[in-house]
Write a protein that binds this ligand. Sequence first.
Ligand SMILES: NC(=O)c1ccc[n+]([C@@H]2O[C@H](COP(=O)([O-])OP(=O)(O)OC[C@H]3O[C@@H](n4cnc5c(N)ncnc54)[C@H](OP(=O)(O)O)[C@@H]3O)[C@@H](O)[C@H]2O)c1
Length: 165
Amino acid sequence: MNAIVVVDQNWAIGLEGGLLFSLPTDMKRFRTMTTGGTVVMGRKTFESFPGGRPLPNRRNIVITHNTDFSREGAEVAFSTEEALKMTESEDPNKLWIIGGGSVYATLLSRCERVYLTRVETQVEESDTYFPNLDKLPGWEVEQTGEPITENGFTYRFVDYINTKI
Ligand SMILES: NC(=O)c1ccc[n+]([C@@H]2O[C@H](COP(=O)([O-])OP(=O)(O)OC[C@H]3O[C@@H](n4cnc5c(N)ncnc54)[C@H](OP(=O)(O)O)[C@@H]3O)[C@@H](O)[C@H]2O)c1
């Protein structure tokens, strides 16, 4: 399985339950890569979606401790292990960890690749972070894309590979 994430230069990913950036080409890539597959996420990330609805044309798995949690179009797992069990028979290339901070942190070591979008800025405020892959043993940059400038931000797609699995 793989993770997909947008970070700033300090590996910040979110503030007050929301994203830090709105980047159309990045969003399009996210949609293209994950459509037809399975997305696994924490409850807070799910709640941040427009209208609190699941992402269309994907199997949505939401991790929560809340046994009463139920949303149309989403499946619920009560632990990361349960989420992985539910996806055992899936093609690993179509299994996506999409956040947020807590779920990335727990499942990162199980991911084969991280498809990262690095925005060349340092946001003023953030409360959620992705692990710094440049300091984490076992992670190497596989390829770095050309810069894209949109909405006043310059960013690149950087693919990291987990050399430990
Ligand atoms: N930049 C990006 O690419 C990106 C991507 C995704 C999200 N984000 C941002 O990240 C932030 C959200 O991240 P977050 O860390 O605060 O929240 P999160 O990971 O989205 O969700 C956390 C919730 O997931 C559930 N959970 C997590 N681990 C669990 C486990 N092992 N067992 C059972 N339940 C578990 C819990 O839900 P309950 O409280 O219901 O028990 C927990 O409160 C937002 O700002 C969002 O916009 C950024």
